[in-house]
Design a protein around this ligand. Sequence first.
Ligand code: CO8
Length: 260
Amino acid sequence: MAFDNLLIERDGATAIVTINRPKVLNALNSQTLDELRRAVLELQRDDSVRAVILTGAGEKSFVAGADINELAVQTPTGGREHALAGQHVLDLIENLGKPVIAAINGYALGGGCELAMACTLRLAADTAKLGQPEIALGLIPGYAGTQRLPRLVGKGKAMEMFLTGAPISADEALRIGLVNRVTAAGALMTEARALAAQLAGNAPIAMRYIINAVNKGTEIPFAEACQYEATLFGLVASTEDMKEGTAAFLEKRKAAFKGR
Ligand code: CO8
């Protein structure tokens, strides 16, 4: 995979994707968004990848939002297409079927916060700042932030963040459930790699079904979601990994999952 604005690295079964435009704090222009789309599809197809880390280049920023140079000249129809394209990429990330960990190493603003929210889990450096400052630009969030943020932190806090545009600290993000963990900035990638390696050792099909059951289940009525969960539960019972996991427990040994 060759990209201008992304770096892709492997650490065992973990793929590390770094958004690499540090001069503009890793702002997402159309090219970067499209590169992210292609990278995500490639990582989804690659069975040797069992977990993904998404981070930003440099020490200052995860992603400081959509590229304001492009936003400044957008047309109504172009803006709509841009928003839909961004929503599509984030949807691919949310439903990749493998855990995607956002390692938030600094600013996660606007589209950057929306990108982090589409990830399965979020680790933040204690120096990170998260927010939806679109209002200050006369804009609204356009990568499904108005939908994901209230689902993560509740409507009241989401409204406050959208309407004030004020960023919050990593500790505040942890307190309201916007991130899963906060670490010292220098330890962020070590912690992210360790978590990814831990998840990469889990049964891949079961992980895929959990991600799918949670994502789909929270968007449909509870009773229907329970039926859906039961169907996936039945399906997972057909896997070699289920046989291996239960046998390993009974034989008091560590399971070796194969993704079959
Ligand atoms: N787009 C383009 N360039 C940016 C962006 C951005 N989002 N953020 C920073 N930069 C550039 C700066 O212009 C600057 O460039 P230069 O060196 O050429 O002047 C460089 O990065 C460094 O930034 P600063 O000098 O501003 O660094 P500071 O440390 O002083 O400030 C901040 C850091 C606070 C992060 C500041 O850069 C900032 O406020 N950035 C903008 C944050 C923002 O408003 N993000 C939201 C954008 S809107 C959005 O994301 C909507 C998403 C949905 C779109 C839907 C499609 C239609």
